[in-house]
Design a protein around this ligand. Structure first.
Ligand code: ADP
Ligand code: MG
Length: 693
């Protein structure tokens, strides 16, 4: 349970001073649902109001704080004109300018003859200095309160900056005093402040350097976040290890039958991965292994062999996919091979209902059914296995650690194999999986044709369509992807629907459409028509990204390629080039490209190596562009910037490993403090694996 000392940080935003229901909703969208999320919403800039020149010395365009005497008021001469207040000091004239303001209010704030302090952006207008709508006007006695540095936060429309600042200030004002969770020697060596000071100082920058990732307060907070992440992973892993494993070693008879039925031989990389998996399964610890390989590298067959190993030894195995389509596709791919081996396989997703569903459930529970493929429906309570020995999770980064735990809780000593298609750079592997063992399929199956990648400006759409039409005439099968951007699903859907209509008008009715809002069965029907060649062109939002396999498809068109991340484009491109015919990938882009988008497209033109692309992706994604991470489901960091703090990530991994070795239950004083750290960063699932203490 979350420690009581953190309760104030987990109160909802609504109710903080200035945040009524409506503004709280905006702040939530900006930062997150709890007070603590405001703490993680760090300033991106600052306004220095300490700059206090005389009028004559004030440079135009800058924020300045001026001490002036109010000389006279000039109410608007006509309705649309501004209200002006003339002020002076011994060096010149400053005019305060107000649009749509109430004169009465201005007169009260700025009585004639009074000396006041005003702060705001100034501009020169002929030889008069002007300040339009001062940010602050106070009596001279309060001058010290104004001449400060104000943090500037990333904003959202409709939420006044002042309101957000005030809410953050409120949370900062009563920060709990948390026991130190960092190692004292390490803190001293890094010269980092204590947590509370670090949070406060990150929110009160006094110079630009304080805003950079290398500022000590920011590094400390980044390290806290990374340590929470690494410790959570280490604990989960420890828990898996603790639950004793068992040796699972089949005799190879089913696998031999599948090998004989396969139209190809396994690649060296596949064989190596299988040997590693076999060794893990045969050991009496639990396996927790990541099978990493580019799209099309042949992970599925490796997974099947591993599952058959469990079946040969008399146990059950399950494969879980992130989407319904993928689960069905896996089942379809595996069915003929399982059939050749004489092993039954069933599908279980949210869509199986009634009798069919209860049959699968009964037979999984009785142990009659050796293999089940499904979606997260496999997690549900009602699903029980008599003797589950291996869970394969085809992750595509969509499941979290928590879910991994759930499935492996479905059996006694379940071995876990996680498959992932994006060749994640080493750093990201660490944040997503901790120290998991990794098998990599680095070699593609033989006979693959390279994919020719071409970038074309969107205004040449007609030419592209004509080219595609020629290819379809020659028998090509084409994916046409219209991107889905979260903010306006409706609009995107409209774009895909419109493109579908456009292509239909050109090519006739052998053009299909598939998108996320469709019913599962309808989606399947369209996919099947495309796979069987009854459709030549498949217009899709990103649903096909996750792994459909239609080896006959040789053309991939991606509209607005600039909106996708590198990894996603690489995934999409991986949908073609799977058969023995040469393939093409056309990336259509909006000519108003950002420099980063241009680099992304260039990278794709130049290489097909997933690992190179992944590294480049990490380099290109600055802190501002971490959107790609959100979409991929990799953990998101609020405070750590993986491009800037990779040294800290490595340190956090070592630190976490040591902590778990010495104080696995987090019972020592530091251990207790670390529990708080886990809750602070909402790693509750990992904290719950601990014995209470
Ligand atoms: P992944 O899941 O890694 O994206 P798949 O397992 O779907 O890749 O394999 C892609 C395609 O390659 C499938 O059609 C599969 O049958 C084929 N394949 C797998 N292994 C080999 C191999 N060793 N030689 C030739 N083709 C292979
Ligand atoms: Mg696959």
């Amino acid at each position: 349970m979350r420690p009581a000392i953190l309760f104030p940080l987990f109160r909802p935003l609504a109710g903080l001073p200035g945040l009524g229901a409506k503004l709280a909703r905006l702040a939530e969208r900006l930062a997150g649902p709890h007070a603590v999320d405001l703490l993680w919403h760090l300033p991106s800039g600052l306004i220095d109001r300490r700059f206090a020149p005389k009028i004559a010395e004030a440079p135009g365009g800058r924020i300045a704080t001026l001490t002036v005497r109010v000389d006279g008021h000039a109410p608007p001469a006509a309705p649309r004109h501004p209200y002006k207040v003339r002020c002076t000091d011994e060096t010149g004239v400053l005019e305060l300018v107000y649009f749509h303001a109430r004169g009465e209010w201005i007169q009260r704030q700025l009585p004639q003859g009074r000396t006041v302090v005003v702060s705001g952006r100034v501009e020169w207008f002929h030889d008069t200095l002007q300040m339009t709508h001062p940010d602050a006007v106070v009596p001279v006695e309060e001058r010290a309160g104004i001449e400060t540095v104000e943090p500037v936060y990333p904003m959202t429309a409709g939420l006044p900056a002042k309101t957000l600042r005030k809410a953050i200030r409120t949370v900062l004002d009563d920060l709990p005093d948390l026991a130190e969770w960092q190692d004292a020697a390490w803190l001293a060596r890094q010269r980092w402040p204590a947590w509370r000071d670090a949070v406060r100082s990150a929110h009160t920058p006094t110079e630009e350097a304080d805003l950079t990732p290398s500022a000590p307060a920011r590094r400390r907070l980044a390290y806290d976040e990374l340590l929470a992440n690494q410790l959570a992973l280490a604990l989960v892993r420890l828990q898996q290890r603790r639950l004793s494993g068992r040796a699972v070693a089949g005799d190879g008879r089913l696998r031999a039958r599948v090998a004989a039925a396969l139209p190809f031989a396994l690649t060296g990389a596949q064989q190596r991965a299988l040997a590693e998996i076999d060794a893990d399964m045969a050991a009496d610890r639990r396996m927790l292994r990541l099978l990493q390989g580019d799209v099309g590298s042949g992970k599925t067959v490796v997974a099947l062999m591993a599952m058959l190993n469990a079946v040969e030894a008399g146990h059950q195995a399950a494969l879980m996919a992130p989407t319904e389509i993928l689960a069905r596709q896996h089942a379809e791919t595996l069915a003929p091979l399982c059939w050749a081996a004489g092993v039954e396989i069933a599908v279980l997703t949210g869509r199986e209902k009634g009798r069919a569903r209860s049959r699968v459930l009964e037979r999984a529970a009785s142990g009659e059914l050796p293999l089940v493929v499904g979606t997260h429906a496999l997690f549900q309570e009602e699903v029980a296995f008599r003797d589950l020995a291996l869970a394969v999770i085809d992750e595509q980064h969509r499941f979290g650690v928590h879910q991994r735990l759930q499935l492996s809780g479905k059996g006694r000593a379940v071995d876990v194999l996680v498959m992932t298609a994006t060749p994640i750079p080493r750093t990201l592997t660490l944040t997503a999986y901790g120290d998991m063992e990794v098998s990599r399929l680095t070699e593609k199956p033989p006979g693959r044709q390279p994919v020719q990648t071409v970038t074309v400006a969107l205004d040449r759409l007609e030419e592209v369509a004509a080219g595609i039409r020629r290819k379809v005439g020659e028998g090509a099968r084409v994916y046409w992807v219209c991107p889905l951007v979260d903010e306006s699903e409706q609009l995107d859907l409209a774009a895909a629907t419109e493109r579908h209509a456009y292509l239909r008008a050109l090519f006739g009715d052998r053009v299909g459409l598939v998108h996320g809002k469709m019913k599962g069965t309808d989606k399947d029907a369209v996919m099947a028509a495309f796979a069987e060649g009854r459709l030549d062109v498949l217009v899709a939002t990103t649903v096909i990204e996750v792994g459909v396999n239609v080896p006959e498809a040789t053309v991939m068109v991606v509209e607005h390629a600039e909106r996708f991340g590198l990894a996603q484009l690489h995934q999409l491109r991986g949908r073609v080039g799977r058969g023995d015919k040469p393939s093409t990938c056309l990336l259509l882009f909006d000519p108003h490209l950002t420099e980063t988008a241009r680099r992304r497209l260039k990278t794709l033109r130049e290489t097909e190596d997933g690992f190179v692309i992944a590294e480049e992706d990490l380099r290109l994604r600055g802190a501002g562009e971490l959107l790609g991470t959100r979409q991929s489901g990799l953990p998101e960091f609020r405070l750590a910037d993986l491009a800037e703090h990779d040294d800290l990530l490595a340190a956090a991994r070592d630190d976490a490993r040591l902590i778990v070795e010495r104080d696995a239950d987090l019972q020592s004083p530091r251990g207790q403090a670390l529990r708080t750290l886990l809750y602070l960063f909402e790693r509750d699932a990992a904290a719950r694996t601990l014995r209470s203490g």
